[in-house]
Unconditional design. Sequence first.
Length: 502
Amino acid sequence: MEPQLDDLNSVMRVRREKLEKIQALGVNAYPHDFNRTHFAVDIAQHFDNYFEKEVSVAGRLMALRKQGKATFAHVEDSSGRIQIYVKFDAVGEKGYELFGLLDLGDIIGVTGKVLKTRTGEITIQVTAFALLSKTLRPLPIAKEKVEEGERVVYDAFADKEMRYRQRYADLAVNPEVREVFKKRSRIIASMREYLTGQGYLEVETPILQPLYGGASARPFTTHHNTLNMKLYLRIANELYLKRLIVGGYDGVFEFAKDFRNEGMDRFHNPEFTMMEVYIAYHDYHFMMNLVEEMFGKIVQDLTGGYKITYQNHELDFTPPWPRLSLLESIEKETGYNLYGKSLPELKEIAEKLHVAYDHTMGVGKIIDEIFGAKVEAKLIQPVFITDHPVELSPLAKKHRAKPGLVERFEPFIGGKEMGNAFTELNDPIDQRERFLEQKKLAEIGDEEAQQLDEDFLRALEYGMPPTTGLGVGIDRLVMLLTDQPSIRDVLLFPQMRPEQYK
């Protein structure tokens, strides 16, 4: 349990008193640096190379066991933990007095010889140490002990909201949380390596935009004082990347921070990371093959194989993945063929299926609601859901063989959409008509309808080659590949309500 405020204040007063005693000894509790020579994991993995040799490590004190004029402790650095042994005879009276003023969580550097105790634990016998940072606030360090050879943790720092708010404390005491974010970095690096390996150019496009577009979402707004104009935080970078295809690049991609002024749940945060890639002279069939190959590489780089476990499901990323049209998937689960159905017919079917809708929804939105309610959660193994209604996809090319649909797919894994891809619309006249249809939806109350972007239409009028594009939600992908239940578990600093309102 977290200490009550009075208890916390008492503990913090004691720590400040210890700081004053340390300073009275003439010790700087916050020195400028420390010459670390090794990490804990290096010594553990190569003990024979370091036996009886001098090393210097640095990290937090995470356990203390005093036995008269000797103290055993554990120091944890970014790689792991190692035991240290501090003797009065080795560090002297002043040194041992100083060590006695240390608390759990304090950051220290130690120098000494590497040995093994009688119980076989690798240990540094300390000959010198330095206090590197005196902590004035206690970390929520879990109690632990070894039972039948296994480390068992008690009273772990498990308060989710506090962990998200105080991520620095969460990372400091939970090595498994640090590992999630190391994996996140490896996932992004693997994706970047794949795309650059295919010859595509990584670029950067504006976050502040005079018009928001490229997705259906509500934007955040801001104001530029010098230009005296309203600007929007981007909801997507799609339209800028397509402008670059017009400009002559054959393939461009970007890892982008996007911002959408929408609800928050375990799959949505108002600030999130997307990777979008656009490739000239190809269609969505090409992109499906790319997604299979790229995701397979990432999983292999992370795990060594094609299989992972997510929320108790074993998922197999081995290509090829099944392809299933959106309407086929709905008919498979509900028995209703929605192709060509009118708006009144779709409303009637939605009511029979107990799927809610409102007056702002057109044909595409109602179909999407039915899919979300009846199909989505059942798509556990990797699958491509293809060929969506044209009303849902104002930036996608019309299907070459199925009127009313577009060439679009979404990869679904673990019951959630992991991305979105099109054969891109490159006909400027058709694109203008789609934007005008979106304008009509906005006029009847659709807050997520897309805006008409004259500069983007001008770019298309210069000519964009046949192109396919893909957006992948990086946060959801990291959730999947690290088996985390909430997007907040894969964001270092997720958006939270102000503490005074909790």
